[in-house]
Design a protein around this ligand. Structure first.
Ligand code: KG4
Ligand code: ZN
Length: 358
């Protein structure tokens, strides 16, 4: 059994975990930076890297204390090496290399998306017996929709080393679309989770948003969200004065009304599009296991719709393992270390790195 210290700092969440190659998470702690970035309406890379520096080592101390694991009981140190914000990645990767050198352990860089794709295997003490049984029963091959602020891609996952992209967004990622819509509708940052909260009080049928690409037979399993964004901008323009008459007093405290109906309509369009493609991919591949991972997998409507699928093994990891977290990076890293892989100490980070593209 391989056990690692894992670090994730690819974007704005700092996360550290102690994880075993079985999928068992002994400790995982994260610090978000939503308050630091809120005033700017989005993530400011320079602020993100500076905050990773502040949060990282206290989180390392904390997961060691919580897991009871000592440094000499680790097989290695792993961290997200690609893709992501370059300054953010550098903080985590350099720290991982430093800890590895100081302790004489191997270190290994992980692709962030491989982490999201392998998250269905993670289990911990906080899970219910049912959740844990589901995670332990999870196996290759499976179909996975990785849907986050940076990605909307459908993958066929046959093993750790056999991952094939089946379709991807041609423009915005779904999380990015949620975030932009949140800002447009006056809910600020972070948009995705707020649109979800407001949508719960709204009527999704009042404003029928388009489902881009779904009626285009040549689009295969690709996605597009830019047309939806344009439609939203036009619609919001027609509702400007009515929206101004319903000012947001607290974006975290949704109220029913026009804004909630707009959120519900928009969310329905994004989720229907994602689920239509997932269903088509399932039919095409015949795969019996289907997972949704990444930050947008936290969306309540997406989870509800997947929950209605019957006759297949479906899985959405718990929220803490859907959004960016070090546990998923630890799982990939520990399995790769177990196979004898490691990274050269002079290897650097990469802002861009595709996965499974043909
Ligand atoms: O995977 P993640 O934490 O970071 C990236 O690698 O991008 O995903 C973050 C994205 C953000 O765009 C955020 O708005 C979205 O996931 N998100 C949601 C929800 N929670 C987070 N989108 C819709 N509904 C949610 N409940
Ligand atoms: Zn992510």
């Amino acid at each position: 059994m391989t056990r690692v210290l894992a670090i994730e700092t690819s974007c704005d969440d700092t996360s550290v975990a102690v994880v075993e190659s079985s999928g068992r998470v002994l400790a995982c702690r994260s610090a978000d930076q939503n308050r630091e970035h809120e005033a700017y309406g989005g993530i400011v890379p320079e602020i993100a890297s500076r905050n990773h520096i502040i949060h990282l080592m206290p989180l390392v101390d904390r997961v060691f204390a919580e897991s009871g694991v000592r440094f000499n009981e680790l097989s290695g140190v792993v961290a997200t090496q690609r893709p992501g914000l370059i300054g953010s990645l550098l903080v985590g990767w350099m720290t991982a290399k430093g800890l590895a050198v100081a302790s004489g352990k191997p270190c290994l860089g992980v692709h962030h998306l491989e982490g999201h794709l392998l998250a269905p295997f993670l289990f911990d003490e906080k899970m219910t017996a049912v959740e844990r049984a589901e995670a332990e029963a999870w196996d290759f091959p499976y179909l996975a929709l990785a849907v986050s602020g940076g990605h909307t891609t459908l993958y066929r996952v046959d093993s750790l080393h056999e991952i094939q992209a089946l379709g991807a967004t041609r423009d915005d990622a779904a999380g990015e679309a949620f975030d932009k819509f949140g800002k447009l509708v006056g809910l600020g940052f972070p948009g995705g989770v707020r649109v979800d909260k407001w949508a719960r009080l709204g009527d999704p049928r009042r404003f029928p948003f388009p489902r881009p690409l779904l009626s285009d037979p040549d689009s295969g399993l690709d996605f597009s969200f830019s047309g939806l964004k344009t439609a939203a901008i036009r619609l919001l323009d027609t509702q400007k004065s009515e929206l101004a008459a319903e000012p947001v007093s607290d974006a975290e405290q949704p109220v029913p009304g026009l804004r909630a109906d707009l959120c519900a309509g928009f969310q329905q369009a994004v989720v229907d599009t994602l689920m239509a493609r997932l269903q088509a991919a399932q039919k095409q591949t015949g795969l019996r296991r289907v997972a949704i991972t990444g930050g947008v997998a936290a969306n309540s409507e997406l989870r509800r719709q997947l929950g209605t699928w019957t006759g297949l093994q479906t899985r959405v990891p718990p929220l803490r393992y859907c959004t960016d977290n070090a546990a998923m990076i630890g799982l990939v890293g520990s399995r790769r270390l177990a196979l004898g892989e490691f990274s050269a100490l002079d290897s650097g980070v990469m802002a861009r790195a595709s996965l499974g593209s043909t």
